[in-house]
Design a protein around this ligand. Structure first.
Ligand code: 3H9
Length: 693
């Protein structure tokens, strides 16, 4: 018997225990072990029932994702699952932690399912470009109905044990030792004379109208995504085919997903997220400082969003403002944000009050003396930051972590305003902070290993994707986005309209077009950044001038009703700005060019390759640790399409030689901004990819 699967006899019940840390993934050894254990129990006349439990922190979290894309090895998971369901002896499984993907499919094949109250079950395959391929799409609808099965399979979101009980996925919720609970349940089954109860033998009620509606909804809400429609098709098959044929159809659809480039991109993103937590030179056992209480300085949109991040995970947080009126506004803003969640149904009124109760408004720095961590979210000016950090240095207890949410100022300069630069770190949240998953953790020259490790751990606690970055103008994300946005402006001057630029990039998969984003964040901010950067430009790095024209006309984006687009009467729907064409003509004339049509393909190449070229410099300078960290930043902070895996995964899949060739052409045609990054040239010369770094 393989050691990852062990069998113990408890009288007439065989207890099968899976122990494959960290998450009991169903790799080859587990599959083979399960099959052997099952056959052994089948063959032993003294065994009358089987109990399946997992050791460690969780039930099986699914197939072993590392095996996808490699040659399949028998026994396959569907084979194991079929054997479990077909068994003539009743089986009970006990779920703790998360039963996900193939893990839940194994559980659905067991004849009875019980779980701890804090367990969760789900079929998240869609999130990695797949569909449940071991019977999940055929058995779940048989158990919970087509509507609920589609909800779970298309969203990939898990449900908690009490809800799973209500749905009929679980038979009971249990407490205490897993094996004992399973054995007790099995004994009861035997006492009551109950035998196997196979989900696959149940009938599914078809609902063609519901399936058609879901199909249409997926097409609308998830454009460009390959696997969600396959999920719908597989569930549809369950409604009209007998189990064996439905399983065959599921297998075919699964194989199509497995072969799709989107699967590879999404799995890249999955592992990128896990990799990002590992920092070279920072051992996993680096001591961390516990954050029991926090404070945020500044109650603007950003500060309030950050305070909510803490309250959302149950950490008490003080919010400091300059006077009563500003504090009132900030607390109102926090309430309004939560209220919107209550109205959407994603938060109960009771939970809202609990969260808001964790945010305490304060006016005096003295109130911050005992907090474990402070995040400054005040105006982006070094002078203002100096005042804040000098005061924090004076009042905060020794060992408190002092963080800045600056998006582009020099963190080392900020750290130098204190006598404890080792305790200073950047925590760059993205707006809206309580929604966006990305957190750039900026490591200053002096930031201690302990503070960096604590900040990374805090990111995970706040349910963020924390990525460590180094100090430079704009860190990783914004530094790249400066290049991207600049190309968007050049393209306008060369002949494109804002709607053309934005729709080309939306069609590529970006959540929003670059110009609509700029209007949303405010052109005054873009202008201020541009002016700050101007003195550092290298020879030949000319700037587009359209922004200057808009700024001079007081067109600051959504906040002023006009920017790259027009927003009449407070509308958020962009319309053409009639003042823009004349400005673009002027800008083009100043550059000595005639505006002419630009293709969508050219727009995408200019903007996306600008990201890639800058990312290569960032990697070379060590500002980002690895290519996949940069991908992660763009996937979680900038609306880059997950199914393309991030800008560098995308560049690898296009072929870096192709990308470099286009960049060289752009260098010839458009000048200094396009000087190829040395790393890109090296990679191409060596026939390597970003993924090989
Ligand atoms: C599937 O089941 C297909 C079937 O339908 C059909 C097949 C025919 N495989 O996230 P963490 C590793 S598709 C391999 O930091 P947490 C992970 O890389 C699968 N490795 O922990 C990390 O490794 P490392 C459907 C896996 O507590 C370590 O475990 N299932 C897998 O924050 C810890 O992970 C899913 O999509 C895996 N399946 O969260 C579930 N899962 O330490 C994917 C994890 O070397 N997993 N690892 O960096 C998750 O959602 C989370 O990992 C989980 C734990 C919630 C389980």
């Amino acid at each position: 018997m393989s050691e990852v699967v062990q069998v113990e006899r408890h009288g007439d019940v065989a207890l099968i225990k899976v122990d494959n840390p960290p998450v009991n993934a169903l790799g080859l050894a587990v599959r083979a072990g399960l099959l052997r254990a099952l056959r052994e129990a089948e063959a032993d006349a003294a065994v009358r029932a089987v109990v399946l439990v997992c050791a460690g922190r969780t039930f099986m979290a699914g197939a072993d994702i590392k095996e996808f894309g490699k040659p399949p090895r028998a026994p396959s998971l569907p084979e194991v699952v079929e054997a479990i369901e077909a068994s003539a002896k009743p089986s009970v499984t006990v779920i703790h932690g998360t039963a996900l993907g193939g893990g839940l499919e194994v559980a659905l094949a067991c004849h009875y399912r019980i779980a701890r109250a804090d367990a969760q079950v789900g079929l998240p395959e869609v999130k990695i470009g797949l569909l449940p391929g071991a019977g999940g799409t055929q058995r779940l609808p048989r158990l919970v109905g087509v509507g609920r099965a589609l909800d779970m399979i298309v969203s990939g979101n898990p449900v908690k044990a009490p809800q799973a009980l209500e749905y009929g996925i679980l038979d009971a919720i249990v407490e205490g030792d897993l094996a004992e609970a399973g054995l007790a349940y099995a004994r009861r089954l035997l006492d009551e004379g109950r035998g196997p109860r196979r989900t696959g033998e149940r009938q599914v009620e078809g609902d063609a109208a519901l399936i058609a509606a879901r199909h249409a909804e997926v097409q609308k809400r998830m454009p460009g995504l390959f696997s969600p429609l396959h999920c719908v098709a597989a569930v549809e098959a369950a409604t009209r085919l007998p189990l064996a044929e439905g399983l065959k159809r599921e297998r075919e659809l699964f194989q199509e997903c497995l072969a799709s480039p989107q699967r590879a991109a999404l799995i890249h993103a999955f592992f990128a997220e896990r990799e990002a937590a590992k920092i070279a030179g920072l051992p996993a056992d680096t001591p961390v400082r516990e954050v029991r209480t926090a404070a945020v300085i500044g109650g603007g949109t950003m500060g309030v969003g950050i305070a909510l991040c803490f309250a959302n995970v149950g950490i008490p947080v003080k919010l400091l403002e300059v006077d009563d009126a500003a504090l009132d506004r900030a607390l109102q803003r926090a309430r309004a944000t939560c209220q919107a969640s209550v109205e959407r149904g994603s938060l109960t009124a009771e939970a809202m009050e609990k969260r808001l109760g964790l945010i305490q408004g304060v006016l005096d720095y003295a109130a911050l003396a005992e907090v474990d961590l402070v995040i400054e979210a005040v105006f982006e000016s070094l002078d203002v930051k100096r005042q804040v950090f000098e005061r924090l240095d004076a009042v905060c207890k020794p060992g408190a972590i002092l963080a800045s949410n600056t998006s582009s100022l020099d963190l080392d300069a900020i750290a130098a305003f204190t006598r404890r630069p080792q305790d200073v770190v950047g925590l760059h949240f993205f707006s809206p902070a309580n929604v966006m998953r990305l957190l750039e953790v900026v490591r200053g020259r002096e930031t201690s290993a302990e503070v960096l490790a604590s900040a990374m751990q805090l990111g995970k606690r706040l349910k963020k994707v924390a990525v460590a970055v180094g100090v430079c103008d704009g860190f990783v994300g914004n530094r790249m986005i400066f290049q991207y946005g600049r190309q968007a402006e050049f393209l306008l001057e060369e002949g494109a309209s804002p709607a053309q630029v934005d729709s080309a990039l939306r069609d590529f998969g970006m959540a929003m077009g670059p110009l609509a984003v700029r209007d949303l964040s405010g052109l005054d901010i873009s202008h201020a950044i541009r002016e700050r950067q101007r003195p550092g430009l290298k020879p030949g790095q000319t700037l587009p001038t359209v922004l200057d024209h808009l700024y001079a006309a007081g067109m600051l984006g959504q906040k002023s009703g006009a920017g790259f687009y027009l927003y009449p009467q407070g509308s958020r729907t962009p319309q053409d700005n009639p003042a823009l064409p004349a400005m673009l003509e002027q800008a083009a004339a100043a550059r000595g060019i005639a505006r002419q049509p630009v293709s969508a393909e050219h727009i995408v190449e200019r903007c996306i390759f600008a990201l890639v070229n800058e990312a290569a410099r960032i990697l070379d300078e060590g500002i980002a640790q690895r290519a996949s960290d940069i991908d992660l930043i763009f996937l979680n902070g900038y609306g880059f399409p997950a199914w393309r895996g991030g800008p560098l995964f995308h560049a690898d899949s296009l072929g870096l030689d192709q990308v470099l060739q286009r960049i060289r052409e752009f260098h010839q045609r458009f000048g200094a901004w396009w000087e190829p990054a040395p790393l890109l040239e090296r990679l191409v010369a060596e026939g390597r990819r970003f993924a090989d770094l």
